[in-house]
Design a protein around this ligand. Structure first.
Ligand SMILES: [Zn+2]
Length: 468
């Protein structure tokens, strides 16, 4: 059988249908408390959405849907809740046969098998406007490690590569995914973190071939290392975790080349918020063909960032992930807050892998952190959009991100166009109140369009504008 990253499109499509059906009908449907409730609210059964094309039309959900009042405890409803009896009813053929055989010979070993598959054993944190735990079972960790070995191939790394990570040791899916990847690939990994002294010592002793730096602040960190005379002659690869935007990438390349005198190749790695698999750029294309994904373990789609729904438009969209074969916190149609230009399903012109690639991804673009007058705050523009859409007292709206002419602080302005019969002052008050409820924040200003015209310009979507 062809490996997953070399499958023909038709073979790939057929295998994905089977995986989608198993995940939705056998796992999410019966065992996800969140989706059980949501399916019944939508009036659909798991079987009705258990194909790639019908799943595409299922409205996506994100952290605000799971934790509507901002309480991270809501995220527990994403974790699959199984029991021994339920497992026997829903496990796939081979796993079930193994389980039944074990139950016949040893009750204890039967329980161990179910636990490995369904009991959460480790947690990382995710979330953008709020912070919530993401649960993994032992079998999930196993998948992440095996995917890590595949990531290594995409990145063009080998077992003999030695990795040093300058990422802060946070409990995130990216930090945990990279260390499981090194484990899965059999490469030694050192994690001194961002402390320059500790990094210098590790670089000298370990002579690494791979250095991991954060996208934000990565160039500054490399500059400090250069200033301290860091030993980087052995480096062949710099992994930039984030992923980097165009400017961050240029700066990192510049410091690497000019200040450190290194010819290492920079490649991006990224885990979308809430997900657990590490996506990477391929070495064969020198990182020019987008983030490579894993079609046997996830579906990646773009949706309208204002509504979370399917869109025919060729515009950039919000990245939405459905996990296949993952347990613990199992994501279905999950809104990641990342924006991407498109998902390319054609074979990669660099490495020829037939895996979908997410192109021009901007991490957390829909939940930007703004230096508001009240402090640094993440603003969930998806929650802003949902509070403004479909209201009887607002015919149309725009949100403009910009900076204040008065003191240079960042702000988000909300422009609304009420229908003629509405009293403008009442609309402004109602919109302000609802935005506060939906986002936990007050907008910098709500402006009622007196002359009937709304601002226009470039932005993240037709209504979410960015003032340059
Ligand atoms: Zn490639």
């Amino acid at each position: 059988m062809a490996s997953w990253d070399r499958c023909s499109p038709s073979r790939l499509a057929a295998r994905r249908e089977v995986a989608v059906r198993a995940q939705v009908v056998d796992w999410i449907g019966p065992f996800s408390p969140f989706w059980r409730e949501r399916f019944s609210a939508l009036g659909r059964t798991p079987r009705q959405v258990a194909s790639v094309s019908s799943l595409e039309r299922l409205p996506a959900v994100g952290e605000r849907d799971v934790c509507p009042d901002g309480d991270p405890a809501g995220a527990a409803a994403l974790v699959l809740q199984t029991q021994e009896r339920g497992y026997a009813l829903h496990a796939e053929g081979p796993a079930l046969r193994r389980a039944l055989w074990r139950r016949a010979v040893s009750r204890r070993s039967y329980r161990d098998l179910i636990e490995a598959e369904t009991r959460p054993t480790s947690y990382v944190y995710a979330g953008q406007a709020l912070r919530f735990p993401v649960a993994s079972t032992r079998s999930d960790l196993d998948i992440v490690a095996r995917v890590g070995a595949r990531l290594w191939k995409v990145l063009g790394l080998r077992r003999s590569d030695v990795v040093v990570s300058a990422l802060r040791a946070d409990a995130t899916a990216l930090v945990s995914g990279l260390s499981l990847a090194a484990l899965g690939a059999g490469s030694p990994m050192f994690v001194p973190g961002e402390d320059v002294e500790a990094l210098l010592d590790t670089l000298r002793i370990a002579e690494p071939t791979v250095l991991v730096v954060p996208a934000t602040g990565g160039a500054a960190l490399l500059r400090r290392l250069a200033g301290a005379g860091a030993a980087v002659a052995s480096l062949t690869t710099v992994l930039v975790a984030g992923p980097p935007n165009e400017q961050e990438r240029v700066e990192i390349d510049e410091v690497l080349g000019s200040a450190l005198g290194s010819r290492a190749l920079t490649l991006a790695v990224h885990v979308p918020d809430g997900h657990r698999l590490v996506w990477g750029e391929c070495r064969d294309s020198a990182g020019r063909t987008g983030l490579h994904t894993y079609p046997d373990l996830e579906l990646v789609d773009l949706v309208d960032p204002e509504t979370g729904e399917f869109s025919e438009d060729e515009r950039p969209g919000e990245v939405v992930v459905t996990q296949l074969g993952m347990r613990g916190s199992a994501l279905l149609r999950w809104r990641t807050g990342d924006l991407a230009s498109y998902v390319d399903e054609r074979p990669c012109p660099g490495c020829r892998r037939t895996v979908p690639r997410v192109v021009e991804l901007r991490g957390s673009a829909l939940v930007p952190e703004l230096a508001l007058r009240t402090g640094l705050r993440p603003v969930d523009l998806r929650a802003v959009a949902s509070a403004l859409s479909g209201r009887p007292d607002v015919s149309d709206w725009r949100v403009v991100l910009g900076s204040s002419a008065r003191d240079g602080s960042e702000e988000f302005l909300v422009h609304v166009l009420p229908p003629p019969q509405e009293v403008p002052a009442d609309v402004a008050v109602a919109v302000t109140r609802d935005l506060r409820m939906a986002t936990g924040l007050l907008p910098s200003q709500v402006i009622v369009a007196a002359d009937g015209s709304l601002p226009s310009g470039e932005g993240l979507s037709p209504r979410l504008l960015v003032d340059p």
